[in-house]
Design a protein around this ligand. Structure first.
Ligand code: HH2
Length: 313
């Protein structure tokens, strides 16, 4: 696996300076997937997490069995998930990489079964080209690559050839090293710059711009202050012109802020999702779909209803 060095913050600083502070200048209104289009409303779409792993930081081991994973995914769809994200390797700090054959064995049967059973699009959470290729052949629509195409030199070609939608996520280092000593001069500018460069590289290679979403990678090579700065400034990411996807679910920053363990971080997750909703984020990646759906319904009714009746956007 090759990991490029981090990029300079210059372009990111320029993006910040040229962005006005209102919610969502340049906010993308739709995400073109492989065979269909997702349009965004006033609150984020929900990406439900399906971890087919023994060791994920919150739900490791619960859905390792194919039937358990399929049942869980069907439950998340029934609870209101708009996308299902299926992963076969934990990317928690210090996680051990999974051999490609084992990852294929975990996720492909789940994708194959779900394709005929769900209406919502399937996303494959992998940085391995072979896993993406087989999941897309089985009917997945989205490649969610936490390495932003740096993990496997063949991934970009797979995305171009298949016409898959692509989520590019920022991570400093790799899961084995990312929490050792994460450093930034200006985390928001640097993450913006990184995502902008990755997006440009993908477009130059032939990925349609409307198929690309960006994700600042909450918890991936970031300390508490970095995660907080990114979440507080998330409206700036609309400047990239791509849908913004954020995965705050039950992550360590909630524990750092409150002392809560993973099992008790749902309230902190919901608070974060509502903050992101106010900032116009288009997709939130969460474990607890029913609770987040309810929170967003109430938020939309209370916070946004008045805006339209008063003629706002
Ligand atoms: N977070 C995780 C995994 N994949 N993908 C995107 N785009 N954004 C994220 O923030 C993100 C992600 C980690 O969460 P989880 O899948 O629950 O844990 P694990 O990696 O331990 O399986």
């Amino acid at each position: 696996m090759t990991w490029q060095g981090e990029l300079s913050a210059k372009k990111g600083e320029m993006l910040i300076m040229s962005t006005n502070q209102s919610q969502g200048a340049g906010r993308a209104l739709a995400w073109q997937l492989r065979t269909r289009r997702l349009t965004f409303g006033r609150v984020p779409l929900i990406m439900g997490i399906v971890n087919v792993t023994p060791d994920s930081f919150y739900d490791g081991g619960k859905y390792l069995d194919v039937q358990a994973a399929v049942d869980h995914a069907l439950r998340l769809e029934a609870e209101g998930a708009d996308i299902l994200d299926i992963g076969g390797e934990s990317t928690r700090p210090y996680a051990t990489p999974v051999p490609v054959d084992e990852e294929l064995r975990r996720v492909i049967p789940v994708v194959k079964q779900l394709v005929d059973k769900v209406r919502v699009p399937l996303s494959i959470d992998t940085y391995k080209a072979k896993v993406a290729e087989e999941a897309l052949a089985a009917g997945a629509e989205i490649v969610n690559d936490v390495t932003a195409l740096r993990g496997d030199p063949r991934m970009l070609a797979v995305v171009v050839e298949t016409g898959a939608a692509l989520c590019l996520m920022h991570m400093q280092g790799s899961p084995q090293t990312m929490q050792v000593n994460p450093r930034y001069q200006d985390v928001v500018a640097e993450v913006l710059d990184f995502l902008s460069c990755c997006r440009d590289r993908a477009v130059e290679a032939g990925v349609a711009p409307e198929k690309i979403a960006v994700d600042p990678g909450i918890g991936f090579g970031k300390r508490l202050e970095h995660n907080v700065a990114l979440l507080q400034n998330m409206e700036l990411f609309h400047r990239l012109g791509c849908p913004v996807l954020v995965g705050p679910s039950r992550k360590r920053f909630i524990g750092d802020l409150t002392g809560a363990l993973e099992a008790d971080r749902l309230p902190g997750t919901i608070a974060t999702v509502l903050t992101l909703a106010r900032k116009g984020v288009q997709i939130v990646r969460v474990h607890d779909v029913a609770a987040v759906r309810q929170a967003l319904r109430v938020f939309e009714a209370l916070e946004l209803a008045g805006l339209s009746s008063r003629g706002g956007s």
